[in-house]
Design a protein around this ligand. Structure first.
Ligand code: URP
Ligand code: ZN
Ligand code: ZN
Length: 484
C-alpha cells in the first residue's frame, strides 16, 4: 500500500489506550494504523511525541452577533487559525438566529462566513424565535443538511424562550435525532439581582459575579433536565460553572437521562477575584455564567476526572477590550452593559493538557476523550475525533514536555488580551493536521484561507442512555393516548 503521508515513531493515544505505532494517510483519511509502516511520499517523524486526534472545539462564537448585536472579534479565518494553533483540527461554532430571521437565512449567512475557515467546520443553530414554521419546516430542513444540534437560552431577555418554547424545541429535536444545547441560568433571579445591585449603585465589574448566583444556574440546569425528561429528549448543558450544577448532571446522567454536559477552562483557571482587578480591567473576565471560587475549581476538576462531563470546551466569545467589544456601550459603564464573553480557543487544550494530564488529574486517554472523541460522538461527527482506519486524518502531535508562557501573540486570534496571559503551561501541539493537510507546524501556519470544509453531522449517539418515560407520556399509563 502506498501512502501520501506516514507519521512514525510516536506514541498514538486514543480514548481507549496508547501504543507505539505509525499512521498511514491517503486521500486525507487514515488508511492504516500499525506498529511499523514504511514508505509514504512524506514521512513525519513524531520523535517519541504523543500523536492524538486533533481537537474538536464544540463551543465557540465566531463571526457571530451576540444577543445584543455585538459582533465577535474573530471571524472564521482568525478563529480557525487560533483554534489550529491550540491543537484543534475542526470546530463547531454557533449560527445564531436573530428574532424574525428564517433558519434558511441564518444558514446562508454562516455559509458565507464559514467559507474563510482553514479548518473543517459545522454549526450548532441558536434558536431565538421558534415560530411554527421554524419548528415544523425550517429546523427539519436544517437537520437534513446535517445540522443536528440546536441551542437555546434560559436567560437574556432577547433570547430566553421560556419553558414552553424549550419544550417545543426539545420535542422537534427528539423527533429528528437532534440534540438541544442549553445555556441554563434563571433569568428572573438574575434580573432581580441586577435591580437590587443597581439600586445600591453596585455596578462595577465585580458585581457581575454577584448578579448571577450559583443557585440561578443550579435551578435552571435542574429545570432544563426535567423539561427534557418530560419529552425524553437529548440535552446538552453548556458551560457548567457550579458544583451543584455538576452534581445534578451527574445524578441524572447516571440514572439514564439522555444528558450530556461540558465545562470550560475559565471555570478551572480563574475566579471571581479576577473580576475585581483595578479600574475596568475586570471587564476582561465578564462571561456568563460568571467565574466562581477556588472551591468550585476543585469540584469541577473532580467531576472532569470522574466522567460527569463529555467535553471541556472553550466558549470562545472574543470581544476586544475597546469600543468595538467590551465597551461598545461606553467606557465607564455598569456591568450589565459590558459585552459578555472571553477568548480561549487557543488555550483550551494546552490548559487542559498542562493542568489535567501533566498534573495527573486526568490520563492522556481522558484528555483525548474530553478534547475530541466525546464531542464527535455527541455531535455526530462520524469521521472525526478518533485515530482509526477510515477516519479523517485530523491529528495533532503534542510535545508533552515543552513549556510555554501564555502570551497574546501566540494566540493568533484577533484579540487584544488573553485572560490566561502569563500562565506557564506544559505541553505544546507542535503539528496539527486536518484531513491529512498540515495546518500548523512548529509555530508556523501552513494553511490557506478557505481550505476548511463544512461537514454534515449525524444524529446524536444515544447508546448507553436508556432515557426516561414520564408516566403521563406513556400510553400504558395515560389512558392510551399517544402524546408524542
Ligand atoms: O459569556 C459568554 N459565554 N458569552 C457568550 C454567549 C453565551 O452566553 O453563550
Ligand atoms: Zn452561553
Ligand atoms: Zn457560549
Amino acid at each position: 500500500m502506498t501512502f501520501d503521508t506516514v507519521i512514525h515513531s510516536g506514541t498514538v493515544v486514543t480514548a481507549d489506550g496508547q501504543f507505539k505505532g505509525d499512521i498511514g494517510i491517503t486521500g486525507g483519511r487514515i488508511a492504516a494504523v500499525s506498529e511499523v509502516i514504511s514508505g509514504g511520499k512524506t514521512r513525519v517523524d513524531a520523535g517519541g511525541r504523543l500523536v492524538m486526534p486533533g481537537g474538536i472545539e464544540a463551543h465557540a462564537h465566531i463571526a457571530q452577533e451576540s444577543s445584543s448585536g455585538v459582533m465577535t472579534a474573530d471571524d472564521y479565518l482568525s478563529g480557525s487559525i487560533s483554534a489550529a494553533f491550540g491543537g484543534n483540527s475542526s470546530f463547531i461554532p454557533f449560527a445564531a438566529q436573530q428574532r424574525g430571521q428564517s433558519v434558511d437565512d441564518v444558514i446562508a449567512t454562516y455559509d458565507a462566513r464559514g467559507a474563510r475557515s482553514v479548518l473543517d467546520y459545522s454549526y450548532h443553530l441558536i434558536i431565538s424565535d421558534p415560530t411554527p414554521d421554524v419548528l415544523n419546516d425550517q429546523l427539519p430542513r436544517a437537520f437534513k443538511r446535517g445540522i443536528t444540534s440546536f441551542k437555546v437560552f434560559m436567560t437574556y431577555d432577547l433570547m430566553n424562550l421560556g419553558d414552553g418554547g424549550m419544550l417545543d424545541i426539545l420535542s422537534v429535536a427528539r423527533d429528528h435525532g437532534a440534540i438541544t444545547m442549553v445555556h441554563a441560568e434563571n433569568n428572573d433571579m438574575v434580573k432581580w439581582m441586577n435591580k437590587r445591585l443597581a439600586a445600591k449603585g453596585l455596578t462595577a465589574p465585580r458585581y457581575h459575579a454577584i448578579s448571577r448566583p450559583q443557585l440561578a444556574e443550579e435551578e435552571a440546569i435542574n429545570r432544563a433536565i426535567q423539561l427534557a425528561k418530560l419529552v425524553d429528549a437529548a440535552l446538552f448543558i453548556v458551560h457548567v460553572s457550579t458544583e451543584g450544577g455538576a452534581d445534578i448532571v451527574r445524578r441524572e446522567k447516571f440514572n439514564g437521562a439522555k444528558l450530556f454536559a461540558e465545562t470550560c477552562p475559565q471555570y478551572l483557571a480563574l475566579t471571581r477575584d479576577d473580576l475585581d482587578r483595578p479600574g475596568m480591567e475586570g471587564a476582561k473576565y465578564i462571561c456568563s455564567p460568571p467565574l466562581r471560587g477556588h472551591d468550585t475549581q476543585d469540584a469541577l476538576w473532580h467531576h472532569i476526572a470522574h466522567g460527569t462531563f463529555e467535553s471541556v470546551s472553550s466558549d470562545h466569545a472574543p470581544y476586544r477590550f475597546d469600543d468595538t467589544g467590551k465597551f461598545i456601550n461606553g467606557s465607564d459603564i455598569p456591568y450589565p452593559k459590558i459585552a459578555n464573553g472571553m477568548p480561549g480557543i487557543a488555550t483550551r487544550l494546552p490548559y487542559l493538557f498542562s493542568e489535567g494530564v501533566v498534573k495527573g488529574r486526568i490520563t492522556p486517554e481522558q484528555f483525548v476523550a474530553l478534547s475530541a472523541t466525546n464531542a464527535a460522538k455527541t455531535f455526530g461527527c462520524t469521521t472525526k475525533g478518533r485515530i482509526a482506519p477510515g477516519m479523517d486524518a485530523d491529528i495533532a502531535i503534542w510535545n508533552p514536555e515543552a513549556k510555554r508562557v501564555v502570551q497574546l501573540q501566540d494566540q493568533h486570534d484577533n484579540m487584544d488580551y488573553s485572560p490566561m496571559e502569563g500562565m506557564e503551561l506544559v505541553g505544546v501541539p507542535e503539528v496539527v493536521m486536518n484531513r491529512g493537510r498540515t495546518i500548523v507546524s512548529h509555530g508556523e501556519l501552513m494553511a490557506t484561507e478557505g481550505q476548511g470544509q463544512f461537514f454534515a453531522r449525524a444524529p446524536v449517539d444515544l447508546r448507553g442512555r436508556s432515557g426516561f418515560t414520564a408516566p403521563e407520556f406513556d400510553p400504558a399509563q395515560n389512558f392510551g393516548s399517544d402524546l408524542r
